[in-house]
Design a protein around this ligand. Structure first.
Ligand SMILES: Cc1ncc(C[n+]2csc(CCOP(=O)(O)OP(=O)(O)O)c2C)c(N)n1
Length: 628
């Protein structure tokens, strides 16, 4: 990294119009300063470092050439948009990135007019930009430009293909920048990624391309001439076998995504071309921080690090409980040792969900299917149909993509797929695009699906073992991001009775029914209340579905109020389920809830978010004691 003591140019930039006042020759320095700013700021404020370091030059070039915010720029996933945020009015606030009440870590329409579209989930950008380009066409706006920036990982997602299919067919006027850093969070997988590697490294392909680039030489006149050429001639110049070309896009590249001067020239020329265009740039994830370049998986989201050396600051976690993810990873490894038909499936989150633990030992039993949640579900269904035991691990918010597949391909056919739903509940700083808020509600409507949530690591093990042993129908186990509560968690696995709750504490008048790890906060709250002479009953409901009706009948005869506690929406989840049961059976018991409200929850540290929705111990004490 260049040693820049001050931000000479960056200090003069608040908005893109300030960049447009600079000469092209100044843009490399501006890019270096911007990169240094991101490195310094993210060292103590964890964020998506690697991706954002790789997109500095393309960000500067795009805002230099295009008339943002009038021209529309959409960042796929949006985790690579830190440079964009900094030069679009948020430099002063960047230290609040991802913090509670601070700026979002992803583009967000309500945060800035420069964020043309909110993102967080992958592969949406081309669809959104196509919609905008179509709107401009319908409105007779011929001057507005529409640009999507999408990574090689996200380009492998189904939605990206669907959008390219329509855009190419309709010859929509838009530009797709394919930011190819040859990695997703983990190694990028699949035929698309192999194809991109081929076209960026193939000598014969690049010989043809080199001729084209030299001929092209980014001169406006030649570009216009190229634009006027017939398809046949263009096809001779630009390789006919190019996949994007076949989809109706004009393909340009591969180009060096870190040469800001060349990028400016290229974009200026592409701006003049009508129709769907794809510019393929090659970048380095983590560019400019040596350690981040060397270990791109770890530096996708490195946490805190030394800004000088890049060394990750590893927190002292000795004697602290493990992450639920580690428990999942270790337990599935035990299960595959019991039965070789066990397989693990992840849509591009092998490290995040810890399927890497099993993959290291059984590489043939773990399938990273790319950013393709819908496909992951039906792929699991196919394996289950043939007698395999698929543990399909998908983050709660990304599972939203696979809803139809769960209903149509899995549940309807009673295939015993085991869904391991990671990042359930509030995930924290990633915010509303990533909170696992809805799975309880959207899964509960699916007939015969078993839905369970563990209160701690041992319970997670038991639920995984129960699902493995049951195998008569689909089984969903949802658990949160991060640490559990038990240090001695590797307890022998035990088969649980499906649909049976567990009474943790017998009390009177009020019964608190909790689902999942929030039960630990409930236990703490009840221990404090006990000292004040308040003694509610505490039941760990364990299974959202099937509901423990016997327990509910019992409780309703002996208590006057139920408090349901769940880290999902009140609409559709445990509260709804118990309320419906009470109403249907005319039980005379009052019910109140602690749950997520019917609104999107912002980003921030989990403790602040918990407090804001009453999930903290204090909030629980308040609601429980107010029922007496
Ligand atoms: C639907 C969906 N699935 C999974 C993710 C998690 N995720 C965030 S970034 C990322 C990798 C994206 O790779 P790529 O598009 O190549 O971008 P890069 O990080 O390499 O810049 C993944 C899988 C997501 N955001 N959305």
């Amino acid at each position: 990294m260049a040693d820049i003591a001050t931000y000479t140019l960056l200090d003069t930039v608040k908005f893109p119009e300030d960049i447009r006042k600079l000469s092209i020759a100044q843009l490399p320095q501006l890019s270096n300063e911007l990169r240094q700013f991101i490195i310094t700021q993210s060292a103590n404020n964890a964020g998506h470092l690697g991706a954002s370091l790789g997109t500095v030059e393309i960000t500067v070039a795009l805002h230099y050439v295009f008339d943002t915010p009038n021209d529309k720029l959409v960042w796929d996933v949006g985790h690579q948009a830190y440079a964009h945020k900094i030069i679009t009015g948020r430099k002063e606030n960047f230290s609040s990135n991802r913090k509670y009440k601070g700026i979002s870590g992803f583009p967000k329409m309500t945060e800035s007019v420069y964020d043309a579209f909110g993102t967080g989930h992958a592969s949406t950008s081309i669809s959104a930009v196509l919609g905008m380009a179509t709107a401009a066409r319908l409105a007779g706006n011929q001057s507005q430009q529409h640009i999507a920036v999408i990574g090689d990982g996200a380009m492998g997602g189904g939605m990206a293909f669907e959008a390219m299919n329509q855009a190419g067919g309709e010859q929509a006027n838009m530009l797709v920048i394919l930011n190819d850093n040859r990695i997703a969070i983990d190694e990028n997988v699949g035929a698309m990624s192999q194809y991109l590697l081929k076209i960026t490294s193939s000598k014969s392909y690049n010989r043809v391309k080199k001729g084209l680039w030299e001929f092209f030489n980014f001169s406006k006149l030649i570009t216009q001439a190229f634009s006027r050429m017939g398809n046949a001639l263009k096809g001779q110049i630009v390789s006919k076998s190019n996949l994007f070309q076949q989809l109706g896009f004009r393909y340009f590249g591969p180009a060096d995504g870190h040469n800001v001067v060349k990028l400016v020239r290229l974009l200026s020329n592409l701006k003049e071309l009508e129709g769907p265009k794809l510019l393929h740039i090659v970048t380095v994830k983590g560019k400019g921080l040596q350690k981040a370049e060397e270990n791109q998986i770890a530096y996708h989201f490195p946490g805190s690090y030394d800004p000088e050396t890049g060394e990750i600051i590893v927190p002292d976690e000795q004697n602290s409980p493990p992450k639920y993810q580690t428990v999942f990873g270790e337990t599935i490894l035990e299960l595959v040792l019991l039965n070789e038909k066990v397989v693990g499936i992840t849509p591009a989150m092998a490290t995040g969900c810890s399927l890497t633990i099993m993959r290291d030992k059984f590489p043939n039993r773990v399938f990273d299917v790319g950013i393709a949640e819908q496909h992951a579900v039906t792929f699991a269904a196919g394996l289950a149909a043939e007698g395999y035991i698929p543990f399909c691990n998908i983050y709660s918010s990304f599972l939203q993509r696979g809803y139809d597949q769960i209903i149509h391909d899995v549940a309807l056919q009673q295939l015993p797929v085991i869904f391991c739903i990671d990042r359930a509940g509030l995930v924290g700083e990633d915010g509303p695009t990533h909170h696992g808020a809805f799975d309880l509600a959207f899964l509960r409507t699916i007939p015969s699906l078993i839905i369970a949530s563990p209160r701690n690591e041992s319970e997670l093990r038991n639920m995984l073992f129960t699902a493995y042993s049951e195998r008569t129908k689909p089984f969903a186990i949802r658990y949160p991001r991060g640490k559990g509560v038990l240090t001695n968690w590797k307890t022998p696995m035990e088969k649980l009775e499906i649909g049976k709750s567990k009474i943790l504490k017998k009390g009177k008048e009020i019964a608190v029914l909790s689902l999942g790890p929030l039960g630990n906060n409930v236990s703490t709250a009840i221990a404090i209340l006990n000292k004040k002479g308040i003694a509610p009953t505490h039941v760990d409901i364990r299974f959202l579905k099937p509901l423990d009706k016997e327990m509910l009948d019992d409780i309703s005869k002996t208590h006057h109020t139920i408090v349901t506690v769940e880290d999902g929406t009140a609409v559709g989840g445990l509260f709804s389920e118990v309320s419906e049961y009470i109403a249907e059976n005319k039980l005379s018991i009052k019910i109140v809830h602690v749950a997520l409200p019917d609104s999107f929850i912002e980003h921030g540290d989990v403790a602040s978010l918990y407090k804001s929705v009453g999930f903290d111990v204090e909030g629980l004490i308040k609601i429980i004691s107010s029922q007496y």
